[in-house]
Design a protein. Structure first.
Length: 246
């Protein structure tokens, strides 16, 4: 069985076969690199989101909140807070520009939305690579399969007989190339779904933080979440029931 393995494909294959093998190997390395780096980045962004909810809103001012988030330039929550503060200060400056025709809510919302879109676009980096590898790797392996079958037909034509000794090597080579193509494509597709799902979780948290910042810069207070609303409604309902009984 070893004579039909990967080592035999490399030793017995021609220049085209070796190029396909190296190309698929490179695609596999790139896909695993993207999967690992983006997976680690999403876990890091989720940690930043939890820190933003606990540290940022516990401060007394927006400047203190930004300082509490640290000086990491890759922190999207800090970038959103800085963008919101700059938009609010620009509108308060009453500069003679187009911003004068917009309300503070519209101007801050525009600044926050632009920063949010930039952060989401940065999170999407690498997904196109995974998608391309997942969709093209099987076809690259199929090309190696076709090339191996072509070698088998050439061996049959040169020998004049379709014996197993003449076709086993090229056919085994073609099957190995097919397997390598699937080995590269399947992790890339699964990694694409994994990274995309993580991006959606982070985007949802960023969108909620953007809304809270917008409410703060317009009203001066943090937006109430559904949990806070529920905790406020429950005591009110309890008091109402007590009054009715009384």
């Amino acid at each position: 069985m070893e004579q039909y393995g990967i080592a035999n494909v490399w030793q017995q294959g021609d220049l085209v076969t070796r190029f396909i093998f190296v190309f698929l190997l490179g695609m596999s390395i790139v896909s695993w690199f993207v999967i690992l780096t983006k997976g680690w980045a999403n876990r890091r962004l989720e940690s930043m989101g939890k820190r933003a909810q606990t540290r940022f809103w516990s401060t007394q001012s927006i400047s203190e909140g930004i300082d509490a988030l640290g000086s990491d330039g890759d922190d999207p929550y800090r970038a959103l807070a800085v963008a919101g503060r700059e938009a609010s200060e620009q509108h308060a400056g009453n500069d003679p520009s187009m911003q004068g025709s917009l309300s503070v809510s519209e101007w801050v919302a525009r600044g926050l939305r632009n920063a949010f879109d930039d952060e989401v676009a940065r999170m999407q980096n690498g997904l196109a690579v995974l998608g391309s590898i997942g969709s093209t790797a099987p076809f690259v392996g199929l090309f190696g399969t076709v090339w191996g079958i072509y070698h088998a037909l050439m061996a049959i034509g040169m020998s004049g007989q379709a014996s197993l000794d003449h076709v086993a090597g090229p056919v085994g080579e073609s099957l190995v190339m097919t397997a390598i193509g699937l080995f590269v494509a399947i992790p890339a597709v699964l990694g694409f779904n994994y990274v995309n799902r993580g991006n959606k979780r982070v985007s949802h948290r960023l969108n909620r933080f953007t809304h809270e910042l917008h409410v703060y810069f317009v009203t001066g207070a943090k937006a109430r979440t559904e949990e806070h609303k529920a905790t406020e409604v429950a005591p009110a309902a309890k008091r109402a029931n007590i009054n009715v009984v009384a």
